[in-house]
Design a protein around this ligand. Structure first.
Ligand code: TEU
Ligand code: CA
Length: 601
């Protein structure tokens, strides 16, 4: 990349940082990694998450598809990432955008065919990119053949594929149904006079993992995809799979007392959860060189090791929700505290999760995904004057922590929340049904909509911005969800030709991480923990000591570096603004959202 961009560069600072990168790149990498214990490809990988519905539409129907992704593999390759995680691509009636699967071995009609899939996988592997799919096995769609059979009669052989509660026993004890207007996780089905369990919408009945036949079906299906060459699974709400099938009464008081008010912690503590994960490992995972990452809903720092420690033989990684939950007002659906989030707490959370995996297990890090708003809006500052610097700062953070980074597509462009004004613009079942819930209870809908401008999932699901042509070059048809109007200036084409763009900064940062084991494996130490504006930490590996300084504020100020850096005794590894940081007498002037990394000599 450096040679290609070289002639484009005018700022001397950029030329020198580019040279600097080359110096590191050309070193024999394997030597730099020698002696590091427990190396794994998935620890060293940068994962790029693609939401297929919104990446690239190949046939003009307004919905992103597999052919679209295949046509953009060179772009993905150019980012330098190692792994692509695709959200569900399987047959689905799309009650929850593919998180409701009606055939685990079929491809969603809107996304293409199995041939399109094979071509996509081949194209990725030819480019040295691994493919991770989404395993949605806590629940299926109610349109899955298993469920159609199951609901048809109480004696059907598939009856026990799901959880049923006969109505003659009265109403079942409360369980939450996240996406239901009445909040209930049970739905009455008159056909057999029984209720079935669904932790999400009624279109997503929970599979009965206590039934060995169900487990075998899922394991066989996993093998089917692994035998095709798929490189791993991200596992949707996998901590919820096991249930106490006596369905005891659980009160809100129990949840408050035992689970800190968090229902998901209860749902994640089923009696046989870890037996099933061990079985999955011995039956399937241990037979392939693949990576697994649990969506760690309900997992806490205290329970995380049970999923990922190597000697447990279960999964490789999980991602927690503690970071992304920070800053919302309690009891108000994803409504941000007007004061914003507290950086001191932010640092505490990420430092804690580093320490959780310091000696055992391995962490992940993310600030955005398909369930989250855009990281720039939520954690940075999307005002025009700060957009670039704060995007780059967040990228610096994600790619300089000791954890596998999961980077959400579009964040490399500095895409931000679309902030819809009206409910009609939303497509997400979560926002739409929450609106109805609030409407039914006579709540403040305007207040809810204001909150959704920051918190709603659809903010992260708008079409990827390729260029300044109609619909950002995403589709020639009508996009399934509105395109962010800022696509005219924020898009790949514009950023490709700007050496200072957020896109090129992301590429640079990926390269820096990949070439320097200190950023991957180095010990992390938080400095200056009570500073409300600056996140500073060191990464240390052998003789190398790198210092990361991130100014999370829009203020300019002189900062006393909380580590000893003698004048001139450091090497600048990366810097997100044109002004080069000059460290003198252990002090440095920080510009708004400035981020830089130095290697201390
Ligand atoms: O999300 C599970 C989960 O815990 C959600 O409740 C999540 O917290 C919510 O989206 C936050 O608003 C997974 C998927 O990632 C999500 O897209 C699905 O909708 C959900 O499971 C059901 O499959
Ligand atoms: Ca399409």
């Amino acid at each position: 990349m450096c040679t290609r961009l070289f002639w484009l560069l005018s700022a001397t600072m950029l030329i020198s940082s580019c040279k600097l990168m080359d110096k590191k790149d050309t070193k024999d990498n394997s030597a730099r990694f020698s002696g590091i214990p427990d190396r794994k490809w998935w620890k060293e990988a940068v994962v790029y998450q693609v939401y297929p519905r919104s990446f690239k539409d190949g046939n003009g129907d307004g919905v992103g598809d597999l052919k679209g992704i295949t046509s953009k593999l060179d772009y993905i390759k150019s980012l330098g990432v190692d792994v692509v995680w695709l959200n569900p691509i399987f047959s689905s009636p799309n009650a929850d955008n593919g998180y409701d699967i009606s055939d685990y071995r079929g491809i969603m009609k809107e996304f293409g065919t199995i041939q399109d899939f094979d071509e996509l996988l081949k194209g990725m592997h030819e480019r040295g990119i691994k493919l991770v799919l989404d395993l949605v096995a806590n629940h299926s769609s109610d349109e899955h053949e298993w469920f159609k059979q199951s609901r048809s009669s109480r004696t059907n052989p598939y009856r026990d594929y799901y959880h049923w509660w006969p109505a003659e026993k009265g109403k079942p004890p409360f369980r939450p149904g996240s996406f239901e207007v009445d909040g209930s996780g049970w739905r009455f089905d008159s056909l057999t006079n029984a209720y079935y369990l669904h932790y999400f919408s009624y279109k997503q009945p929970d599979l009965n993992w206590e039934n060995p036949k169900v487990r075998k079906e899922i394991f066989d299906m996993m093998k089917f995809w692994f035998d095709k060459g798929v490189d791993g699974f991200r596992m949707d709400v996998i901590p919820f799979i096991s249930k106490d099938t006596t369905f005891p009464v659980i009160t809100q008081k129990d949840i408050d007392e035992k689970y800190n008010g968090d229902w998901s912690q209860y749902l994640a503590s089923g009696p046989h959860l870890h037996d099933y994960l061990k079985e999955m490992n011995s039956e399937v995972l241990s037979k392939y060189d693949v990576m697994t990452v649990a969506e760690g809903a309900g997992v806490t720092a205290a329970t995380a090791h049970n999923f990922v420690d190597a000697d447990r033989n279960e999964l490789n990684m999980l991602y927690h929700f503690e970071g992304v939950s920070l800053g919302y007002l309690p009891g108000q659906f994803k409504h941000m505290d007007p004061k914003g989030y507290d950086l001191v707490q932010f640092k505490e959370i990420y430092s804690k999760w580093d320490s959780v995996f310091e000696y055992k297990g391995w962490g992940t890090i993310y600030l955005g995904n398909h369930d989250q708003p855009r990281m720039l809006t939520r954690w940075g500052n999307d005002a025009p004057e700060f957009r670039e610097a704060s995007s780059k700062l967040l990228t610096t953070f994600l790619l300089s922590m000791r954890a596998t980074p999961y980077y959400y597509f579009g964040d490399e462009l500095g895409m931000n929340n679309i902030k819809f004004d009206k409910i009609e613009d939303y497509r997400d079942i979560e926002s739409i049904n929450m609106y109805k819930t609030i409407q039914n209870s006579g709540g403040d809908l305007q207040y809810f909509l204001e909150g959704q401008k920051i918190g709603a999932r659809d903010n992260g699901r708008t079409p990827f911005q390729w260029d300044s042509s109609a619909n950002a070059g995403f589709t020639t048809g009508t996009p399934w969800i509105k395109v962010n109007p800022n696509y005219k200036t924020i898009n790949v084409a514009a950023e490709e030709s700007d050496p200072n763009s957020t896109l090129n900064y992301f590429r640079k940062m990926v390269k820096l991480r990949k070439a320097n084991p200190v950023l991957i494996y180095g010990k992390y130490e938080l400095l200056d923990k009570n500073n409300p504006h600056v996140y500073a930490y060191t990464r240390v590996l052998g003789k190398e000591k790198w210092l990361v300084i991130l100014n999370f504020s829009k203020e300019t100020f002189e900062y006393k570096i909380p580590a000893t850096v003698n004048d001139g005794q450091y090497e600048l590894m990366i810097n997100n603004i044109t002004q080069v940081p000059e460290i003198k007498d252990n002090k440095v002037k920080l510009s708004p959202y400035q981020a830089f990394i130095i290697a201390i000599k």
